[in-house]
Design a protein around this ligand. Structure first.
Ligand code: ADP
Ligand code: MG
Length: 282
């Protein structure tokens, strides 16, 4: 077993955000966690990545309790279960390649970081990742000039720079139009299929989980209320997960593509002078 989540709870004061969650994850799984807003999905992923401390319980990765890790060991763990966020969490004014190279920060010296010096091998790897994700033409642009879908693929490239065994994605497509949402989900599926990485992805829409994930975990009010293959997810179960009444329909949570949407920069992005080029050390 790769990951074993055992009775994990998280309380924020009197709010019980995650209530005794227990499940096992096989190596190479692609899992979608679904549920309405406030169900505890983000808190749960953040506990795995140690961005939030669990109140109780254990999370074993290859038999070791990652909740006990501290210092350098914890940072190594955080790199090994790279996180992708809804809002990308990139540095907007910095160029794409430098953002991707930030995925190596935890193994670079402070001095090299201060002078923006990157080993040539790392730069080559970053560009290979951008090629793989179909955004190599954006490599020298500032991130803020890219569309949301392109930015999220930059974030995936940055995560892959760490060569993580697991990728945790918290609503990676919630800010994207349907066309870009599909490109980003395709990229996550690709790093699962081709690299054998284990992917756990929070999604608030059911159809995306059905289409891309082999296993779906439904959360409601901090608890797991469904855990199984997409085929077992009936409308009745979906109603329980979303806490909806008889009027609930899957279309209500749909992200299906209805029309062609061009992959153009977000309207807020201003054309800017080229960003500072990346310097290299050999
Ligand atoms: N930092 C926090 N402080 C207080 N309450 C929080 C915090 N983060 C989340 N919560 C609460 O925990 C519950 C679960 O939130 P969250 O994990 O963000 O759910 P989801 O990602 O499924 O929308 C909600 O009631 C939310 O208000
Ligand atoms: Mg959330």
């Amino acid at each position: 077993m790769l990951l074993s989540v055992q009775n994990v709870c998280k309380n924020f004061g009197s709010v019980s955000a995650v209530k005794s969650v227990t499940f096992d994850v096989e190596q190479g799984a692609m899992i979608g966690i679904i549920g309405r807003s406030g169900a505890g999905k983000s808190t749960f992923l953040r506990m795995i990545n140690r961005l939030v401390d669990a109140s109780s319980g254990r999370i074993l990765f290859k038999g070791r309790n990652i909740l006990a890790y501290q210092g350098a060991e914890m940072r190594r763990w955080q790199a090994n279960c790279a996180m992708i966020f809804q809002q990308f969490n990139l540095v907007p004014r910095m160029d794409v390649v430098s953002n991707v190279l930030h995925g190596t920060l935890n193994r670079r010296s402070t001095l090299a970081t201060a002078f923006n010096l990157f080993p040539r091998a790392d730069i080559e790897k970053a560009i290979e990742l951008l090629e793989r994700l179909g955004i190599e033409e954006q490599a020298t642009k500032r991130v803020e000039a890219l569309s949301g879908g392109q930015q999220q693929r930059v974030a995936i490239a940055r995560a892959l720079m760490q060569d993580p065994e697991m990728v945790l994605a918290d609503e990676p497509i919630a800010s994207l139009d349907p066309m870009n949402a599909q490109l980003v989900m395709d990229a996550l599926r690709q790093i699962h299929d081709q690299d054998g990485r284990t992917v756990i992805c929070n999604l608030h829409t059911l159809d995306t989980a059905r289409r891309y994930c082999d296993r779906v975990i439904g959360m409601s009010q901090g608890q797991v209320v469904f855990d199984g293959p997409p085929a077992a997810l009936t409308t009745a179960v979906a109603r329980e997960i979303y806490g909806a009444d008889e009027s609930f329909s899957e279309e209500a949570t749909s992200t299906e593509i209805r029309e062609q949407v061009e992959d153009v920069p977000a309207p807020s992005a201003q054309p800017k002078a080229p960003a500072e080029p990346v310097k290299t050390v050999d």
